[in-house]
Design a protein around this ligand. Structure first.
Ligand code: PRP
Length: 178
């Protein structure tokens, strides 16, 4: 039984299911974005780094990668509600096909804010792609264009998601039995 700081972890989505779903998402993105200039994939640090790495390696089209960092919830489990841009993308996005990638859509505050920010850069296309969607947790209306899995309102770790910075390197997605 896996544990973090004495709390048991319950497997929610195993590595193989994630892998299959990431391939499907990559195919969908290829259908939607193929042809023309390579799309720019923007990962939100830190949670997206593993999903983004796997997603772009499943693509059979050229892709460009950039990152953003926004203010996080710290090491607790609750949202403060405020989202600040801490690191802007480095690439020019005007007229580009942009895919905003994140590990989880929770309250919706982060992606809503980041999407608004990116739209100001005038991309030709802006898609949002999340691995996990915790629909029950929404505080603001927001839907991603591509979603890997809908998940219940558990505290999740693994595959990039952390609990107080631990658990990001787990290969599956687990619920922390708090
Ligand atoms: C998590 C996650 C999303 C955001 C989603 O990041 O990676 O970016 O929260 O939450 P929301 O929909 O409620 O806004 P976190 O702030 O924990 O930082 P991290 O990516 O560095 O782990």
């Amino acid at each position: 039984m896996l544990e973090i700081r004495g709390k048991k972890l319950r497997l929610v989505i195993d590595e193989e299911r994630i892998k299959r779903r990431v391939k499907e998402l990559a195919l969908e993105l290829e259908r939607e974005l193929g042809g023309g200039e390579p799309p720019v994939f923007i990962g939100l640090l830190k949670g997206s780094f593993i999903f983004l790495a796997d997603l772009i390696r499943e693509l059979s089209l050229p892709a460009v990668v950039d990152f953003m960092r926004v203010s996080s919830y710290g090491s607790g489990t609750e949202s403060s509600g405020e989202v600040r841009i801490l690191k802007e993308p480095e690439l020019e996005l005007k007229g580009k096909k942009v895919v905003l990638v994140d590990d989880i859509l929770d309250t919706g505050l982060t992606l809503k804010r980041v999407k608004e920010y990116l739209l100001e850069k005038e991309p030709a296309v802006l898609k949002t792609c999340v691995l996990l969607d915790k629909k029950e947790a929404r505080k603001v209306p927001f839907e991603a264009d591509l979603v890997g899995f809908e998940v219940p309102n558990d505290f999740l770790v693994g595959y990039g998601l952390d609990w107080g910075e631990l658990g990001r390197n787990l290969r599956g997605i687990y619920a922390v039995e708090l």
